[in-house]
Design a protein around this ligand. Structure first.
Ligand SMILES: N[C@@H](CCC(=O)N[C@@H](CS)C(=O)NCC(=O)O)C(=O)O
Length: 200
């Protein structure tokens, strides 16, 4: 069995779904969480000066969703056929588009611009994306976003929507199918155990 090491900061950020995928698969991995105070001196050691990285038997890889897709394939979480995989990737890339709206706020240093970006997220981006996500989730007969079984899209949506909800309490209230998806994923025993272990 290969040895896996995921390196990121001690936040859900852009790797929570990778932690979910590995936990779902009961795959042991080294979960390295760097202290942001140490980051400036460590940055140059990492590919492109960015996190996360993922090491497989000491070989280092970058890009969170390339890593997520690789692992999802290993564990049968990438759809049952090419069309399902396409649907999974359309959904996951679309969620990245929305999440970029949140990252932009986090990275903006100018307070006035930060407020503008926040307004755009709340008034434009959330109302554009969330009702469509809700429609897709509500149409599902399996309770999963794509096809009849769980895919990494479910793990990505559940973990990212939970982050949104934490930052904007009540955000998911008008979206019962998305709320149910988050709960369904968080109640998978291996995910539940992971979340319990890392409860702050
Ligand atoms: N597209 C990359 C984005 C990587 C990225 O921007 N990582 C941020 C953390 S979320 C980072 O390393 N920030 C620290 C820095 O740029 O110094 C991915 O998905 O892995």
């Amino acid at each position: 069995m290969p040895s896996y090491k995921l390196t990121y900061f001690d936040i859900p950020g852009i790797v929570q779904h990778i932690r979910y995928i590995l936990s779902y698969a009961n795959q042991p991995f080294e979960d390295v969480r760097l202290n942001p105070a140490d980051w400036p001196k460590l940055k140059e050691k990492f590919p492109y000066g960015k996190l996360p990285t993922f090491e497989i038997d000491g070989k280092i890889f970058n890009q969170s969703n390339a890593i997520a897709r690789y692992l999802a394939k290993q564990y049968g979480l990438n759809g049952k056929n090419d069309l399902e995989t396409l649907k999974v990737e359309c959904l996951t890339d679309t969620l990245v588009d929305l999440r970029n709206g949140l990252s932009a706020i986090v990275y903006e240093k100018d307070e006035a611009k930060k407020e503008e970006l926040k307004k755009n997220l709340v008034e434009n981006l959330f109302p554009t994306y969330l009702p469509k996500f809700e429609e897709i989730a509500a149409k599902s007969t399996s309770g999963w976003l794509v096809g009849s079984q769980i895919t990494w899209a479910d793990l990505f949506y559940a973990s990212t929507l939970a982050i949104f909800e934490e930052k904007f309490p009540g955000l998911l209230k008008p979206y019962p199918a998305l709320t149910a998806l988050v709960a369904k994923v968080e109640n998978i025993p291996s995910i539940k155990a992971y979340l319990e272990k890392h409860k702050k």
